[in-house]
Design a protein. Structure first.
Length: 72
């Protein structure tokens, strides 16, 4: 027995949504400039995070050293 019209419509809408996602993904892959920009921005954020973590560690070390330093 065949599918009813509402089931077919739902399948068509789901297929359209998947197709739209696929087209969007292909468009992004074809846009080399945007991909490079995104990759650079991601690297910048990674480096910033690393610097912030390192600065925090250095700050803690210095504060610890100053706190345990004997009074002159």
């Amino acid at each position: 027995m065949g599918k009813d019209a509402s089931a077919i419509r739902r399948e068509i809408e789901q297929t359209r949504a998947r197709l739209g996602d696929t087209i969007e993904a292909l468009g992004y892959k074809a846009d080399l400039r945007a991909r490079v920009k995104d990759a650079v921005n991601q690297r910048i954020e990674t480096v910033r995070g690393t610097i912030v973590e390192a600065a925090g560690g250095i700050r803690q070390t210095l504060e610890g050293a100053l706190a345990t330093r004997p009074a002159a």
